[in-house]
Design a binder for this molecule. Structure first.
Ligand code: AMP
Length: 396
């Protein structure tokens, strides 16, 4: 494996797969530049070595070919001001223009390629398309962890055209370092906190975690599938009725492996799915008909916080309730605070997945946990398999 940090980019053109899939307002102004800022250290290292940079990314989900609202040219002003230098732009990511622009790049210059997904070959992982991209540069750098679980042309397939000149950028390197701490030899007790909408999307990770963790905390809507499976009354709460058997199987497996599963004992219920709904706190298995459980209750918060407090490794994915509505955000907030507190006492804490990251940012606690992972699907898949197509392609 080539180490990005020790590689000398002088005189080299590096094609960097970044994640510039950023949100825009109605005037196509970037509203959150976190991802652009995140890529800067990697870009700057290449430039300061005396190399040049070709940036490639996807943006949104264009259906058929080029569409202005998915054009990466809209990020140029933000990119130029964060880099403090002009950025050249190839309006087609492959073809004669891109070839001409990339071959005339001078040291210290940056070229941005148009949205890769304007070609269906990108997501199809087409080899010919990957080969065309590869001809633009001397070195391939993958710095987009969030798409590393996809075997797309720019995230995976392209690596084979750089057998001796492929590496991870600083973002991916730090992401892997964080994840490897929870994957390999985590300090015990190890607690996983899972929440969010559905059990079905997280089955494999739950099963995988049962081999590793001491405690598994379950909150969010997925709790109701477990509570109903145990014979509880869940009112009109969100549930996956076709996953009840699976929930029982998970509980049995946990017991057999000596993993403690913590389900909420009380919940905040509402008479409608609205922040203005009437609310009450009841036992989690005694929800009246017509009411919905939308957050964990106060007793549960204390129980979960105590377990988190006593843990040395904590992994968190998925909110404890409908945290987007202020009246159902307390459980998620308190779990985030408990994680921050445990971290201050020396625990390693990792937060991952879009919603939990949004929650931790909203609370201003992102700097008080050990690691905030950018990858949602990629993170879960890495924790499940210990590998991802885009990671393997560079490591091989
Ligand atoms: P996920 O993408 O699976 O992590 O799910 C995140 C979503 O789960 C968020 O939008 C939450 O609002 C939602 N969620 C969490 N708890 C509940 C609940 N008790 N009822 C309905 N939705 C919930």
């Amino acid at each position: 494996m080539i180490s990005f940090e020790s590689y000398n980019f002088a005189g080299k053109r590096a094609i960097i797969r970044v994640d510039f899939n950023v949100p825009f307002d109605e005037n196509m102004k970037v509203t959150d530049d976190t991802r652009i800022m995140g890529a800067l250290p990697t870009i700057k290292k290449v430039l300061s070595d005396g190399g040049s940079v070709i940036l490639m990314s996807h943006l949104g989900r264009p259906k058929q070919g080029p569409e202005d609202k998915f054009s990466l040219r809209h990020i140029i002003p933000t990119l130029e001001s964060s880099l403090g230098k002009p950025v050249k732009f190839a309006g087609d990511c492959i073809g004669s223009d891109a070839v001409q622009l990339s071959s005339s790049l001078k040291k210290g210059e940056v070229l941005l390629l148009e949205n890769l997904r304007f070609y269906k070959e990108e997501e199809a992982g087409n080899e010919g398309f990957a080969q065309k991209l590869s001809t633009l540069a001397d070195v391939y750098v993958n710095d987009a962890f969030g798409t590393a679980h996809r075997a797309h042309a720019s995230t995976t397939i392209i690596a084979k055209f750089f057998p001796h000149n492929k590496m991870f950028g600083l973002l991916v390197e730090s992401e892997l370092a964080g994840l490897d701490k929870v994957l390999h030899n985590p300090q015990k007790p190890y607690t996983a906190v899972l929440g969010g909408a559905k059990v079905s999307t997280k089955i494999t990770i739950i099963e995988n975690l049962l081999d590793r963790v001491d405690n598994l905390i379950i909150g969010g809507a997925m709790m109701f599938t477990f509570i109903k499976a145990n014979g509880g009354k869940i009112g009109a709460s969100m549930v996956e009725d076709d996953k009840l058997d699976m929930a029982l199987a998970i509980l049995a497996k946990a017991k057999a492996k000596g993993v403690k599963i913590l389900l909420p004992v009380d919940v905040v219920i509402a008479d409608s799915f609205s922040n203005d709904a009437k609310t009450r706190i009841v036992k989690s298995n005694e929800i009246p008909d017509g009411w919905l459980g939308l957050d964990i209750g106060t007793e549960t918060i204390s129980a979960f916080s105590a377990i988190i407090d006593g843990s040395k490794t904590i992994l968190w994915n998925g909110p404890m309730g409908v945290f987007e509505m202020s009246n159902f955000a307390l459980g998620t907030k308190e779990v985030a605070k408990a994680m921050a507190k445990a971290t201050a006492k020396g625990a390693f804490s990792l937060v991952g997945g879009g919603d939990s990251v949004a929650a931790i940012n909203q609370l201003g606690l992102a700097n008080e946990v050990s690691y905030v992972s950018t990858g949602g699907g990629a993170l879960l898949e890495y924790l499940e398999n210990g590998d991802l197509p885009g990671i393997k392609a560079v490591r091989e």
